[in-house]
Design a protein around this ligand. Structure first.
Ligand code: PNS
Length: 170
């Protein structure tokens, strides 16, 4: 196996946490915090054009992560397009972090992890479980509930809640 999966002593362990983050939720934050405890650097990597009509622009999504993790040099934010494994390779990272909320996530995550391994066997996918109170949160559900007038406080960081209200013109 290539040596990227087994960095030499003293080498920085970089993990990439990829996703759409439209928007960042408290579930994502929980995973980032867990990742930051294990890896030297965790890069929140936002996929460009993941959705045809995202609610938050790429710049807004980057700004949100920056705001939430201000003063945390080990949490970085970046954008990428193309194949995730190519991006991970360019960043000289060894690991892809993904959150697993429920069994229903497993099938698609399993497929992605094995496809990514086939594309680059030196990159390992690590799954992390968020705290139970976040196990049902998704960006899609947040947008749906908010757009229909439901409360999302406690489920997203304050900056996201404020920006959601701004977008609605509250
Ligand atoms: O937040 P999401 O939408 O669950 O994230 C999905 C993401 C960005 C991890 C996935 O779509 C991805 O890696 N896209 C990049 C293109 C790619 O590498 N596709 C093959 C993955 S098996």
């Amino acid at each position: 196996m290539p040596d990227r999966a087994d960095p030499s002593p003293g080498r920085v362990r970089v993990a990439v946490y990829p996703g759409s983050f439209d928007p960042l939720t408290n579930g994502h934050i929980d995973i980032i915090e867990r990742g930051a405890r294990i890896f030297d650097v965790i890069v929140v990597a936002i996929l460009v054009n993941a959705e045809k009509s995202p609610l938050f622009t790429m710049q807004e999504r980057v700004d949100i992560v920056r705001e939430v993790f201000r003063g945390r040099p080990h949490v970085e934010v970046d954008t990428f397009d193309g194949l995730l494994v190519d991006y991970v390779s360019r960043r000289e990272a060894q690991v892809i972090v993904r959150g697993l909320r429920a069994v229903s996530d497993f099938e698609v995550e399993f497929q992605m992890a094995l496809m990514n391994r086939r594309l680059d066997s030196s990159i390992e996918t690590v799954f992390m479980m968020p705290a139970e109170q976040y196990s049902y949160i998704s960006s899609r559900l947040i947008k749906e509930v908010f757009s229909l007038g439901g409360r999302v406080s406690g489920l997203v960081p304050e900056t996201v809640e404020r920006r959601l209200h701004e977008k609605r013109g509250d």
